[in-house]
Design a protein around this ligand. Structure first.
Ligand SMILES: NC(=O)C1=CN([C@@H]2O[C@H](COP(=O)(O)OP(=O)(O)OC[C@H]3O[C@@H](n4cnc5c(N)ncnc54)[C@H](OP(=O)(O)O)[C@@H]3O)[C@@H](O)[C@H]2O)[C@@H](O)CC1
Ligand SMILES: [K+]
Length: 291
């Protein structure tokens, strides 16, 4: 039936290496003259929008955002403010603060939006009772495993929480290129890749997670330089369900696959005939949205 193995991907999109992600970031600032604040605002806004689409405030009112010391944490602070505007009750845990005006200002803004800053994380059971959704803004594409002692409790809280975790750009603790590894790792239920997905966002690592693309700010020159093939954003949206992962049920076998959304109809659950571009054949699938 052309679907040997248990994975099927059309392999249409480009996934960045860690070095490409870093170089692209540097180009945006040095060559394309963006400031960090600008891109962080757009990144954080798209994170908040993707979280609200997946776990809306009327069902997941109470949110905890765990922020790390780098720009990934900055994205989390921005998302916290936007989520407060969207109607969530938001708390932020920010255990290793960076003494730079950008981060100090973002934190102050959070406080002015009634975001609660919590210095100690509660134990897992209490965390589960207090929050309906977590945002993982601990580490982004500059992370090098293994996690050091100081931030291990924050990572462990995300791993052991038993609450849906929405990861910003990279699931924290994962190798940016090689995914979760063999140790017990974070299993996010939503990943928001920023600007372009990194190698760890491939479906074989992400498994049942929803996957959005956000950070809609790449100039055409960057797209050309890095040979980026990315799904087009619809209209004025800040984020896009780029690489939704569906359960495929064929002849009683559950397959986990990745299907790029070419038409809106594809995002609806139901039976479909889909073209597997790589193998150039059509497969009959049942599309069930996860999560
Ligand atoms: N172009 C884009 O798409 C844009 C991307 N943006 C965002 O920026 C993110 C990348 O940000 P980033 O480069 O500041 O690094 P990030 O990953 O947050 O963390 C570095 C920090 O973690 C630390 N650390 C590292 N390893 C560690 C370990 N094992 N254990 C403990 N700590 C460890 C490291 O500490 P250090 O090693 O330096 O002491 C440093 O403090 C990116 O993913 C996206 O979210 C947007 O904001 C704007 C445009
Ligand atoms: K993260």
């Amino acid at each position: 039936n052309g679907m040997s193995g248990n994975k099927c991907s059309t392999g249409r999109w480009k996934y960045l290496t860690q070095k490409e992600a870093t170089d692209l970031d540097i180009d945006l600032f040095n060559e394309y003259k963006f400031s960090v604040d600008q891109l962080m605002e757009l990144a954080g806004l798209s994170v908040a929008a993707a979280v609200a689409k997946t776990y809306p405030p009327h069902t997941h009112e109470s949110a905890l955002i765990i922020c790390g010391p780098g720009n990934n944490g900055g994205d989390g602070l921005v998302a916290a403010r936007h989520m407060a505007l969207f109607g969530y009750t938001v708390a932020v845990h920010y255990p290793k603060r960076t003494a730079k005006p950008l981060y100090e200002n973002l934190l102050e803004q959070c406080k002015r939006f009634d975001v609660r800053i919590i210095d100690e994380l509660p134990p897992a059971t209490e965390l589960k009772n207090s929050y309906k959704v977590l945002v993982d803004a601990l580490f982004g594409f500059s992370f090098k495993p293994p996690v050091r002692e100081q931030l291990k409790p924050a990572l462990d809280a995300l791993i052991n929480s038993d609450v849906p975790v929405c990861s910003v750009d990279i699931p924290s603790g994962w190798d940016v290129e090689n995914g979760p590894g063999s140790e017990p790792a974070l299993k996010p239920s939503l990943l928001i890749s920023l600007s372009a997905p990194k190698l760890c966002a491939q479906p074989q690592y992400l498994q049942d997670a929803k996957h959005y693309l956000g950070g809609r700010f790449l100039p055409p020159g960057i797209i050309a330089k890095y040979n980026l093939t990315l799904p087009p954003y619809p209209g004025q949206e800040q984020m896009k369900p780029a690489l939704l992962h569906f359960h495929i049920n064929q002849a009683g076998i559950d397959l986990n696959t990745e299907i790029p959304l070419q038409a809106d109809a594809m995002s609806m659950p139901g039976d479909r005939s889909l073209k597997d571009e790589r193998r150039n054949l059509y497969i009959c699938v049942r599309v069930e949205e996860l999560g």
